[in-house]
Each structure stands twice: as C-alpha cells, then as structure tokens.
Design a protein around this ligand. Structure first.
Ligand SMILES: [Mg+2]
Length: 231
C-alpha cells in the first residue's frame, strides 16, 4: 500500500549529526590543552561511553537534560583523571560548535523537498526541544514539514508507543498509511513497526548487527528512497 503521510527522523537521517559531532569534538580537543593530556581516540572513546550511559539514565528519567549536558564532559574528564575545573565551559564550547557544523545528510534535502510536494510530511525526533527547534530553523524544515514531534515534550522517547500514537493522531490518517523513515533500528524501525506503520530504514550511517528484517524498505542512498516513493 502506498503511504499518504511520511514522517522522517531528524538526527542521522536528515541531519548529519555524526559528522557535526565529530567536527565539534575535534575543534574542542584542539582548543583545550587539558583534554590533550589524553590522546584523542581515548578521549572520544571515553566520551562516547559516558554520553551513552547518561542517555540511558535520561531515558529512564534519572537525570534531566541539563545534567546530561553538564555531566558528559565533567564525568568523562573525571574518569580520565583530568581537571574538571573548566568542564562546564568546555561543554558549552562544544555545543556551540556542534550547532555551527549542522548540515544535511547527502541527498536528504532534495528527497524531503520532493516528498513534501507529493505527500504530507512531518518529523519525529528524540532530541531536546531547545536544540531540535534550532535545527528546525537552521535547516528551514518548516518549508517542507507540517509538524515536528519532539519526544521530550511527550515525556517518552521513541520507540515508546505514546510517541507513535500521538504522531498517528497528528497525521490524521490510518496507521498503515504512515511511513517512517529513520536510521535507528531500535527506535525508528521497531517503534514504527510496533505502531502498525510502514518503515524505511536508512542504513547509510549504520553498522548493521544482524537485525531482523522487519523494515518494508531499506536504503543507504536517498536516490533509492526517491525511486521507492516515486519522487
Ligand atoms: Mg536518528
């Protein structure tokens, strides 16, 4: 069945979060000598692990986003035996630069534009309201999308059914006529599938790990999605 409403995930589907994160880490590392006491790979590895664990705690409602933002630099530096005196400043410098490096995933903008001319289009994202709204403006997503559903506002993250049920209501069409395009198997594909939606898995930035084949469509290049959607 052809979809009539398409939701897109934002980070690492439309917006190249991974590359902005990597560039911001690099510039932050170069600016602060305290970080350079550790080699860059070790720093990134520790940061990734600390950040991931904080996200899990955020997801479980144990900490709020301010604590997450503060702790990911503070805790990583502490774990590596670095002085945490400037960790807050470093975290702010990182965020500012991360925002400056936001850019589209290759081909995603053209697909979104064409999709919006043929279908109703919206966004569902797990990020923070404040950050995601700046992304929405910076990428002029309002030119293409009817809505952006932010899980922080619903109090639950994807793949929680509350997020998908709310998005179904906003779309105002039958569940099976909604297609979700996203990069995260556990959040986007499993969540969409459980909600009775169609799903398209973007694997261009994903390392696959034997996931069950439940997506209706899989693509690693947006031109393939264009063909799938007759754009
Ligand atoms: Mg994503």
């Amino acid at each position: 069945m052809k979809p009539s409403y398409i939701y897109f995930d934002l980070d690492n589907t439309l917006l190249d979060h991974a590359s902005a994160e990597a560039k911001a880490q690099q510039i932050t590392y170069k600016k602060y000598p305290e970080l350079q006491k550790i080699n860059m790979d070790e720093w990134l590895e520790t940061y990734a692990e600390v950040n991931h664990n904080l996200w899990v705690r955020y997801q479980d409602d144990e900490i709020d986003r301010h604590q997450l933002h503060f702790s990911r630099f503070h805790d990583s530096m502490k774990e590596l035996g670095l002085s945490t005196a400037d960790s807050e400043e470093i975290g702010k410098f990182y965020i500012k630069n991360y925002r400056d490096f936001w850019d589209w995933v290759g081909g995603a903008r053209e697909t979104l534009k064409m999709a919006s001319e043929k279908y109703e289009v919206g966004i569902i994202t797990n990020g923070f309201k404040e950050t995601q709204e700046i992304k929405f403006d910076k990428l002029s997503l309002g030119d293409y999308c009817n809505c952006m559903i932010i899980s922080e506002e619903l109090g639950q993250l994807k793949p929680h059914p509350i997020v998908f049920d709310h998005a179904t209501e906003v779309a105002g069409v039958d569940r099976e006529k909604i297609l979700y395009v996203g990069d995260s198997y556990s959040s986007d594909i499993v969540g969409g599938n459980n909600a009775g939606w169609q799903t398209a898995w973007y694997t261009g930035m994903v390392t696959k790990n034997g996931e069950e084949d439940i997506a209706d469509f899989e693509f690693d290049n947006f031109s393939d999605l264009n063909s799938y959607l007759d754009l």
